[in-house]
Structure formats: structure tokens, C-alpha cells
Write a protein that binds this ligand. Sequence first.
Ligand SMILES: [Fe+2]
Length: 322
Amino acid sequence: MSTALAPTQPRTLEVPAEALHAFSPQTQRELAAHVAELGRLHPTGRVDAIEVDLGALPLFTAEIEASRGVIDSTTHFIVYDRVEGVDSLRAQGLYAWVLGTALGRPMVQNTDGWRLIEVYDRGIRKTIEEGARYHQTKQGSYMHNDAVNDVDPIDYLLLSCGQSAHIGGESILVDAKPVHEVLVRHPDVLAILTQDFWFEKRGMALSGETGFFRSPIIRYTPEGEPLVRYFRTYIEVAHEKKGEPITAEQRDALDFFDAVLDQSSVQYRIRLERGQTLVSADDRFLHTRTAFYDRFEPREIDMTVDEADEANRYMFRMWSAK
Ligand SMILES: [Fe+2]
């Protein structure tokens, strides 16, 4: 009797319980009241211009400090559950700003000096290949880090959900650690990924000129833990612009790397629901999102007047430094 071979059934990594955090009811009340007060004081204008008084939020800051170790040292990401009473798009933006500020120093994300960015499909025709930045499009399937526009690392990448997509729009997080374990078994590939590549300061360089910097894709902490910096399209375009197109050997290593990243066994999948916030250590993970389908035609959203129920998929993004 012949034995049939069972196919392998890959599974994504399971999110550990410690990476899901619901604030206590008392902390939620403290936060909701504070956000409501900020809303009254600042009904319009840029949220990231607001000075946050963390001293007014003792319960909240204590919970952030108690959960920070999950991001810094253990799972390297956390999902904070929605806060009761924080309902409108602007309230969610104010809350995200308070959360990102409690975690660290908010970093500038574009040439306008914005430190809180709204991520949604603006319906612009330009693709990432044509120079658009990822957060302005609905293109998916680009496994990347956010710290690819500037040499400074991002300690806390925050993505807070003002509205989820009608269908899809899952976040995929790829843990650098199991990825690195695979690469160690392929030292020829690892040797190339630990060499410098060109990166472009897309949307970050002042006065319109394009700046470049060099960085390896895989590098290490002083303790020898692997860190990652990758966005293939940005790297390829940067190499073309520098007149040093990537070599056949480098392309082959990137193809290998992409195949490793595509494996379920190195991925977490999370779908953020309205009000939830994902915070991850940017240099420990690559991330991407799956395709999504929105309720309405893409359009400009004004968080001060548009209701969440009338909005398409709408996220707030912050980068914070320790
Ligand atoms: Fe990103």
C-alpha cells in the first residue's frame, strides 16, 4: 500500500497574549476625558502642533511604562485596544498623538514637518514606482520598514485605526529573528544583505533635492540581535539614480530574501479594527498590508469634519524615538 504524502500546511505566527493590551476602565476614562478636553481646546488645526501634558495622565502613563517592555524587549510589538469614548476621527487622531508622545519623541515624517500622518488612499494616480510615498496609495505587497527615508532608526512605529477598510487591509508583520535564522543557513545570501545598499530620502530631503544614504539590509545590535532595513523598490530606484544599478548577485540575494519574507512561518497577521493601535519596533519587523477595498470612492478626508462612518480606511501613523 502506498502512503500519500500530506502537503505541509504553513501557519502564521500566533500573537502572544502579552502583545494584546486593553487599558483598564479607569485609564480609559482618564484618556477619554483628556482627549475630549484637547478636542475642546483644539477643535481645528494640526494635531501634531499640540503640546501634550503627560503629567495630567498618571494612570495612562503608568500603563504605557508597564507595557513598554513588550515592545522593547519581548514580542517587539503590541496592539492597544480601543478606548471607550474616543469615537470621532479627530478624537482618534488626538489619542494617537498622546500615545505616540507618551512612548517617545515624535519624529518628523515629511518636508512639511508633520509628525502625525494620515494614511489613506487619496486616489492619486501616481504609483510608488513613479515616486509616490506608500502612505498615499492603496498599493499593497511591498514588504518594508518605515526607516528607509532617513538614516535615523524608528524605535516605535505607531499605526492607529480611525476606520478599517470595507474588506481586507490586514497588517502583515515579519519578524526579523526567524528570517535571520533562515539566512544563517545561507551565508552567501547573508553576506550580501549585510553589505551597504543605497537608500533614498524620498519625501524627506529639504529644498526638493534628493538625498541618499547607505545602509546594510541586515545589521546587528551590540548584543548580536538582527535588525532590518528594507524597501526593495526604494533601494532599486536609489541605485539607478546613483548610477550604480544593483548587480545580478545582489538581485539574486533580494529574490531569495523576498521568498523568505513571503513564508507564513515568519509572519504575524493582524487586522486592526476601528480604535485599535499597533505599535512595533520598526527595525525588528518588516511590514506590509494586504489589498483592501473601500466603501466609497477615494477622496480627501478632513478629520475635523468627516465622520468615521463616512470615511474609507483611515489610519494615523507616528514614528517615535526613545
Ligand atoms: Fe510602512
